[in-house]
Design a protein around this ligand. Structure first.
Ligand code: R5P
Length: 262
C-alpha cells in the first residue's frame, strides 16, 4: 500500500488493535431524511469523540460536519438513484477523486451491486475508480450489495462472492453484512483486506446489534460501519460507546449491553 493510502487508512483504523467504529450516515442521498438523520449537524456534533470515522456524502460533510472533529472521513462518491426512482441499484459516480482530495477526506466509497442487472456497470465503475484511487493515494471502500433478494442477502455464499469481487478490483476496505452461517468464509474472501460490517435495518433489540458486532469482530471483521442501528436506537451515543467497547476493548455483547443501560 502506498504511503499516502497508509496515512489515510490510519485516520480510519485506530487504536492498539487497528479497528474502526465508523458511523454511516450516507443514507439520505437515496432514502431522504429518515428517522434519526433528520438533523445531521446535531447528530455529527453529538457523536464527535465516540467515533473513529464517519461515512457520508459531500453536501452533509460540507454543511454539517466540523473540519476539526478529528474523525476519519469516508466520502461516498456513488449514488444518483433514489427510493422513488425506478431502480435503487442504478448508481453512478457522483463526484471525483480530485474533489475528495480537495475536501481532505480519508477514503472514498462506492457500491457494487453483485447479482443485479446493474452489476456490470457498478463493478466496472469500481474497478476504474480503484485505479484512480491508487494514483492519488486515496483508499477505496467498496460497499457490497446484493439487491433486493433477502434470501441471498444473508447467505455467506453470496456475501463471499461480492466481497471477493471487491477484493479482486483492488478495494482497500470492504463493507458487507454479517451472516450467522459462514461469516468466516466471507472474511476469508477478502484475502486480508479489512472488512467492516453494516448493520442493515433496525434489528429487534439492542442486544442483537451488539451480539452481531461481537461475533463479527471475533471472526475477523475490523470494525463496524453501521447507521440505522445506531441513530435509530433509543440512545445513539450509548450505542456507539457500546460498539466501541466491543470493537476496541473486546468486551462481550452482554457487558456492552449493561454499559448501554448504565
Ligand atoms: C448503504 O448503501 C449505505 O452505504 C449504508 O451506509 C449502509 O447500509 C450502512 O448503514 P446501515 O447500518 O444502516 O445498513
Amino acid at each position: 500500500m502506498s504511503f499516502g493510502k497508509e496515512v489515510r487508512m490510519s485516520r480510519i483504523f485506530r487504536g492498539k488493535n487497528n479497528m474502526t467504529v465508523m458511523l454511516a450516515l450516507d443514507h439520505g442521498m437515496a432514502l431522504g431524511p429518515m428517522r434519526g438523520i433528520e438533523r445531521p449537524r446535531e447528530l455529527l456534533n453529538s457523536v464527535s469523540g465516540s467515533v473513529d470515522s464517519i461515512m457520508l456524502n459531500k453536501g452533509i460533510l460540507v454543511q454539517c460536519a466540523s473540519p476539526s472533529s478529528g474523525a476519519g472521513i469516508v466520502l461516498r462518491i456513488s449514488g444518483a438513484a433514489t427510493i422513488d426512482g425506478p431502480d435503487l441499484t442504478a448508481e453512478r459516480l457522483t463526484t471525483t477523486i480530485e474533489e475528495a482530495l480537495r475536501l481532505g477526506v480519508d477514503a472514498v466509497a462506492t457500491s457494487i451491486f453483485v447479482g443485479t442487472p446493474n452489476e456490470h456497470a457498478s463493478i466496472e465503475a469500481c474497478a476504474l475508480l480503484s485505479d484512480e484511487c491508487d494514483r492519488f493515494g486515496m483508499p477505496l471502500l467498496a460497499v457490497t450489495a446484493l439487491g433486493k433478494d433477502r434470501e441471498k442477502a444473508f447467505k455467506s455464499r453470496y456475501l463471499a462472492l461480492a466481497v471477493r469481487v471487491a477484493a479482486e478490483l483492488g478495494a482497500d476496505i470492504i463493507k458487507t453484512y454479517y451472516c450467522e452461517d459462514g461469516f468466516d468464509k466471507v472474511v476469508e474472501a477478502a484475502v486480508g483486506i479489512p472488512v467492516v460490517i453494516a448493520g442493515g435495518p433496525l434489528m429487534d433489540s439492542n442486544s442483537q446489534v451488539l451480539e452481531v458486532a461481537e461475533k463479527a469482530i471475533k471472526i475477523g471483521a475490523r470494525g463496524g460501519d453501521m447507521g440505522r442501528n445506531v441513530w435509530q436506537s433509543e440512545k445513539p451515543i450509548a450505542m456507539l460507546k457500546s460498539l466501541r467497547d466491543i470493537i476496541h476493548e473486546g468486551v462481550t455483547a452482554q457487558e456492552a449491553l449493561l454499559r448501554y443501560w448504565n
